[in-house]
Design a protein around this ligand. Structure first.
Ligand SMILES: Nc1ncnc2c1ncn2[C@@H]1O[C@H](COP(=O)(O)OP(=O)(O)O)[C@@H](O)[C@H]1O
Ligand SMILES: [Mg+2]
Length: 393
């Protein structure tokens, strides 16, 4: 089985460390989600996996003859190609394989026991089988239709919107079906139906995937493992998003527990120190130094624990809210929306989701911002902070 590994990878940009001494291993058949805050280094990690970006230190190891391809956060296209041409270009190898297979099949009619021909035939069949390309034409149509690309077939890709370009790139990669597919935020420009189609395709056709996503539901449905990038390090969790949250919960508990142990230990050491220590004894000096370190840690821990538990609480809320929705079509998703009119703050870090068939009443005193809220949903408000996503409708 072919695999890819990173060994002790470090990477910095302009002396700012992004990744420090990271090792990971991706097996065929896995679907690994990379999560983390903006700027944590997720895309950097994916580019290093893809081989397009070189690490400052460490090794990238490919086992076997692997084809790896990546959907970039902002894909690049050859200038001048239309959507249709781009798709056909992506499929050159597969189409060639199918043509060769046809020819070999014809030749085999005349020489049914030719060993060379039989060998080639089986190799090509396996290749096509592996890429699930027997019914390529049907798959092309299905993907173009679902991703709303049919009407863009003859348009030049360079003039399409960012979201449309990303859908074209994703369509090409899904059709190519490389041995390892790397996707940088694939669902960002997809509506609910497109995401559902993507999920089913990835699962049904058993793609090997490493993907970056902020979409908790997508992660939970797809991922067999989660890698979190934080403070230049990675932490790995088995399973989907629900499992990740449970593991984080356990981590938080053990952190709190070891903090309590540390406090107890520190208290004893402080008592020892208060009893008066003979100076200049080397052993005592060392013990004093360790006490200073313990004090530092004891000071740092509470804010770390608090930050982690707040983050976790927020994640739980989002995720449970999401699970309760039964995957109803999402119409609006607001995250940390803030808006101000003159000196008046209308919304401050307001987050909510509005789903299809929801009936939402907006109540409040005159002038608090009810109509402004509706304008926001209609896309007629510009001066807000935060993210507002609209589902496909
Ligand atoms: N080519 C580059 N040159 C300089 N800085 C970069 C480059 N690429 C990324 N960075 C910086 O490295 C950090 C991590 O970026 P990135 O991997 O894109 O994060 P993420 O994908 O997690 O949001 C960011 O601070 C970003 O500005
Ligand atoms: Mg990124």
């Amino acid at each position: 089985m072919a695999n890819i590994s990173l060994q002790n990878i470090s990477k910095a940009f302009d002396y700012k460390p992004i990744l420090k001494d990271i090792s990971l291993h991706i097996h065929q058949g896995e679907r690994v989600a990379i999560i983390g805050k903006n700027g944590a280094g997720k895309s950097t990690l994916l580019k290093i996996l893809n081989g397009e970006l070189e690490a400052d230190y460490g090794k990238r190891i490919l086992e076997g003859d692997l084809e790896i391809q990546m959907l970039a956060q902002k894909p690049n296209f050859q200038e001048g190609s239309t959507t249709k041409e781009s798709v056909l270009q992506a499929l050159t190898t597969l189409n060639q394989a199918k043509q060769s297979l046809e020819q070999i099949a014809k030749s085999l009619q005349n020489a049914p026991y030719d060993k060379e021909l039989l060998k080639k035939h089986s190799k090509l069949s396996n290749f096509i089988e592996h890429h699930n390309a027997w019914d390529l034409e049907n798959k092309i149509q299905q993907i173009l239709e679902t991703f709303d690309l049919k009407e863009l077939e003859n348009q030049k890709v360079e003039y399409l919107s960012g979201g449309e370009q990303k859908r074209v790139a994703l369509a090409c990669l899904l059709l190519i079906k490389p041995d390892i597919l790397l996707l940088d935020e694939p669902t960002n420009h997809l509506d609910v139906e497109m995401v559902e189609f993507l999920e089913n395709l990835l699962l049904k056709e058993k793609y090997t995937l490493v993907f970056i996503s902020h979409d908790r539901y997508f992660i939970d449905k797809i991922a067999t493992r989660i890698i979190e990038v934080e403070d230049c390090k990675i932490r790995e969790f088995n399973g989907g998003y629900g499992d990740y949250l449970k593991a984080k919960e356990a981590l938080l508990k053990s952190l709190s527990k070891s903090h309590q142990t540390l406090l107890k230990h520190l208290r004893m050491e402080e008592e020892w120190l208060a009893r008066g220590v003979k100076a200049r004894v080397k052993r005592n000096e060392g013990r004093k130094e360790r006490i200073l370190k313990l004090r530092e840690e004891a000071k740092k821990n509470p804010s770390l624990i608090k930050k982690m538990s707040l983050e976790l609480e927020r994640e739980h809320k989002h995720f449970n809210q999401l699970e309760g929705t039964n995957h109803k079509k999402m119409l609006f998703e607001l995250e940390n929306i803030s808006m101000q009119m003159g000196n008046k703050i209308l919304f401050k870090n307001f987050s909510t989701r509005i789903l299809n068939t929801d009936k939402v009443a907006i109540v409040g005193k005159n002038g608090v911002g009810k109509s402004t809220f509706l304008k926001l949903l209609l896309g007629r408000a510009q001066n807000y902070y935060g993210t507002l996503q609209k589902g496909g409708f």
